[in-house]
Design a protein around this ligand. Structure first.
Ligand code: PGA
Length: 256
């Protein structure tokens, strides 16, 4: 496990982008497959990837993406859907071919069949090379809430009150937050070649300590990353202010 501690969310974004580029450089043939996350945490990474694209250092060609999750019942045109978020925060600016960007379809009529097909598409793409992850205050990754099987595949979930509460800030009122979502499973996430978990802010410190140093348990789905072959945590200092005894790397900026 690699743990990289930085001072600011902007530095977190730069370090994460360096990791994405380094992994991409290792890929000799085929499309580079990024697993993507929504939420506020990965935004500095997406800004940095757009900046690198403008500098000619990151190309949207030979790039594919699979998003972790999507609300059930929100169409792509809804400004709180994760497809809309990805278009706004990354895809439009990057100029990526949208046909190569996959986000779970929250409007799918047969969700079970959709989930099986999503898994098949990831497999056909050769698997996810780098899976970007945020972490919920309750330890969720994607929308895998506490209690989700660590072997789970892409599936429909009921959101917990804590997650609905955390996401209510994006909706006019809490009752507008969808109560269900489609998410890659923990087992799906564990099959990515690199898992890149980002966290910033003191409100994540308790759960980061549990995820990295606590027991591997479905009660904290992110703790399953301890079983991942190549987990990398890029954390701001305040997100690990509850202390980490694991050896970690410090970086004060991307050029260190
Ligand atoms: P956040 O959400 O990045 O907005 O904190 C993370 C998550 O809930 O997975």
């Amino acid at each position: 496990m690699r743990i990289i501690v930085v001072d600011t969310p902007e530095q977190m974004g730069k370090v994460a982008a360096e990791i994405v580029l380094a992994e991409r450089a290792k890929k000799a043939k085929g499309d580079f497959v990024l697993g993507l996350a929504t939420g506020s945490t990965p935004i500095p990474l997406y800004k940095e990837l757009i900046r690198l694209k403008e500098e000619g250092k990151f190309s949207p060609k030979k790039l594919m993406s699979f998003n972790l999750d999507e609300y059930v019942g929100l169409p792509p045109s809804h400004d709180q859907s994760y497809r809309y978020f990805m278009n706004q925060q990354l895809f439009d600016e990057l100029g990526i071919d949208k046909k190569k960007t996959f986000v779970p379809d929250g409007m799918a009529k047969d969700i079970e069949a959709f989930c099986a097909d999503y898994e098949a598409k990831m497999k056909a793409a050769g698997g996810v090379d780098v899976q970007v992850l945020g972490i919920g205050r309750n330890g969720h990754v994607g929308f895998n809430e506490p209690g989700t099987s660590l072997a789970s595949r892409t599936h429909k979930v009921k959101l917990t009150a804590d997650t609905i509460d955390a996401n209510a800030r994006f909706f006019a009122k809490a009752s507008d937050v969808p109560t269900e979502a489609i998410t890659m499973g923990v087992g799906t996430i564990l099959e990515s070649k690199v898992a890149l978990l980002l966290a910033s802010g003191a409100n994540k410190a308790d759960v980061i300590l549990k995820a990295i140093e606590g027991p591997v348990t479905a009660a904290v789905p992110a703790s399953a990353l301890q079983l991942h072959p190549k987990p990398i945590f890029v954390l701001t200092r305040d997100a690990c202010c509850k202390g980490l005894s694991f050896h970690y790397e410090k970086k004060c900026c991307s050029c260190c």
